[in-house]
Design a protein around this ligand. Structure first.
Ligand code: O2Y
Ligand code: MN
Length: 588
């Protein structure tokens, strides 16, 4: 037996002594194992089989009603020094955290089965991929991990061959919000999660491993673990450029990852390929470019609002082999959520008879878990061991005013500032006030496993001799006109903006310089057939100098909040923009 397997066995034994399960099951990831687990969950009432004719091999899971989303206030990063976690994370000293959560784990698996889930984040033979093992007492978590990661025998074999693996210990516990924690110990490559069975709290390969722990590893190993979709854009000449894009929630990330080109573009030969919809690991290649993999193997997407109009590719993949969580059901046992044009719900997400007075049939954060291979636009290059080369990085947010449709950063340092200054208006999808601008650098606010100031410095460090870094852009699909209506149609038409970006990468499109970056002139964008008025286009691309002066002041205060951790180069870059805006006002 190799030392890695010995280390794994020893850890499983330790956990079993602490949690006292009745049985231990090592998951091999096989179809037979999945069938048996599904049958067990149906028998126990954890899963409900959906209409076998319309949705073969699809199941509904209803979570506890107080366990329906990530819990940021209970999510901790436990570094030896508080400052290393930064003001962007909730922190507890590792020894205190361990004592607190191990007391919860003591005896928690009595009467339950302990599942050992070996998994690989990324293609099984990719040097960029990393392995982990999740120990859980939830068969629902096993079923989801099987879809979301490369889980089972092949991952175990890789763990046997190579160095350290990430240890994730999870128990649903009593599903009591008062006895719930999601703790990260980056120095020990360990995650401990107790008291939730939902999504990012429980599927430890996703946000916990692939972002919080991986961002920490990436910093020390010289790569990037990012909250980004990856999409391939094929032009009519047959060249494909890959774009990585970061957006805060409720900005249409999954829709952009699965975009369908507008009719004219489709006819001209444009194609869009989906590599990933949520997480991107990027590493510098021998050629100086950044090469990216999607560490996940599936999508854990929001169901409400997914329809043939907003995301036909997503809808097409949900017809078979899908786990739905917290959606409603129709009389003939089909899954249903708000935004579907057809069907009538008879049961809501809690299993009650549907009554609009109780709220929506599907929980607003209800989800589908589905293999990425079922997506019609799935890129075969998703499996490439070396990853795909990234030509452009896009940051975005939801801003009613001020922020133009698109601008290009002048260089990498400016691009890092653009990402660090990212902000979005809150929507009804999140708790708290609506329409408030919140900073969410690189869309990593809940996921960066260390001090944001150090994270900005890590991003800047990629700009070194020989690097051929992607161009960096910022987009805002959500600017509104004086009439309160969105100025830009969004969805498939966002390809027109991506087209300009890729022409900038090739050096074939024009742009006008401004203090905030380079913007397209109206003539640089293909707006054919959109019917936009010239004033609308002007407003979409307008730089409001006074508004930006206020914004750049607020960005300064935000950067200051990370104290001495914020790199001086970002302060200098911000000052340069402030000076250029001042110069603009004086000449106006
Ligand atoms: O993990 C959850 O509980 C839901 S949140 C989520 C799910 C999939 C992809 N991204 C997110 C997110 O919050 O960014
Ligand atoms: Mn996400």
């Amino acid at each position: 037996m190799t030392s890695q397997l010995a280390a794994l066995n020893q850890w499983v034994d330790e956990v079993a002594r602490l949690t006292q399960p009745d049985r231990i099951h090592w998951c091999d990831g096989s179809d037979a194992e999945a069938r048996a687990l599904n049958a067990l969950m149906v028998e126990r009432g954890d899963l409900i089989a959906l209409n076998e004719k319309t949705h073969p091999n699809c199941f509904l899971h209803r979570s506890s009603k107080s366990d329906v989303a990530r819990v940021e206030h209970l999510t901790l990063v436990c570094t030896p020094e508080r400052e290393d976690a930064g003001p962007n994370n909730h922190w507890m000293a590792p020894a205190d955290a361990r004592a607190k959560i191990d007391a919860l784990f003591a005896g928690c698996m009595r009467g339950r089965t302990l599942y050992v889930v070996p998994y690989c984040m990324g293609p099984i033979d990719s040097p960029i991929s990393r392995c982990g093992v999740e120990i859980t007492d939830s068969p629902y978590v096993v079923a989801n991990m099987r879809i979301m990661t490369r889980m089972g025998a092949a991952a175990l074999a890789r763990i046997e061959r190579e160095g350290a693996f990430v240890k994730g210990l999870h128990s649903t516990g009593e599903l009591d919000p008062e006895r719930r924690f999601i703790m990260h110990f980056p120095q020990e490559l360990t995650i401990k999660s107790y008291g939730s069975g939902y999504g990012g709290n429980a599927l430890l390969g996703k946000k916990c491993h692939a972002l919080r722990i991986a961002s920490h590893q990436a910093r020390s190993e010289g790569w990037l673990a990012e909250h980004m979709l990856i999409v391939g854009i094929q032009n009519p000449q047959g060249q494909t450029h890959y774009v990585a894009a970061a957006f805060p929630s409720a900005c249409g990330k999954t829709n952009l990852a699965m975009l369908i080109p507008p009719e004219g573009h489709r006819q001209a030969g444009w194609k869009v390929w989906t590599v990933g919809d949520d997480i991107c690991w990027m590493t510098p290649g021998a050629d100086g470019r950044l090469w990216a993999i999607n560490p996940e193997a599936g999508f854990f997407g929001v169901a409400p609002g997914t329809s043939n109009k907003t995301n036909p590719n997503a809808l097409a993949m949900l017809g078979h082999d899908t786990i739905f969580t917290n959606v409603g059901v129709t009389a003939d046992n089909q899954p249903w959520w708000e935004g579907l044009p057809d069907g009538v719900p008879v049961k809501d997400w809690q299993g009650r008879d549907y009554d609009p007075a109780n709220g929506p049939a599907a929980h607003p954060n209800s989800r589908f878990t589905v293999s990425a291979r079922q997506c019609p636009s799935y890129s075969p290059h998703t499996e490439d061991a070396q990853g795909v080369p990234i030509s452009a990085i896009v940051f975005g947010g939801r801003r009613e005013s001020l922020v133009p449709l698109v601008f290009e950063a002048r260089d990498w340092t400016h691009g890092v500032l653009v990402g660090a200054a990212m902000a979005s208006e809150t929507t009804a999808a999140a708790t708290g006030a609506v329409g408030v601008v919140r900073r969410d650098p690189m869309a990593m606010k809940p996921f960066c496993g260390y001090n944001y100031g150090d994270y900005f410095a890590h991003w800047l460090s990629f700009d070194k001799a020989g690097a051929k870094l992607p161009k960096v852009f910022h987009v805002n699909w959500f600017r509104k006109g004086a009439d309160g209506k969105f100025l830009w149609p969004g969805f498939g038409d966002n390809l027109r903006v991506l087209e300009w970006m890729l022409q900038r990468v090739d050096g074939s499109a024009g742009a006008e310089e401004s203090p905030i970056g380079n913007l397209p002139n109206a003539a640089d964008l293909d707006l054919a057939g959109l019917g936009l008025q010239p004033q609308q286009v002007e407003e979409l691309l307008r730089v409001d100098v006074e508004g930006w002066q206020r914004e750049i002041g607020e960005i300064g205060a935000y950067l200051d909040s990370y104290g001495s951790h914020t790199p001086a180069a970002l302060h200098r870059e911000r000052q340069r923009i402030a000076d250029a805006l001042e110069g603009c006002r004086e000449t106006a």
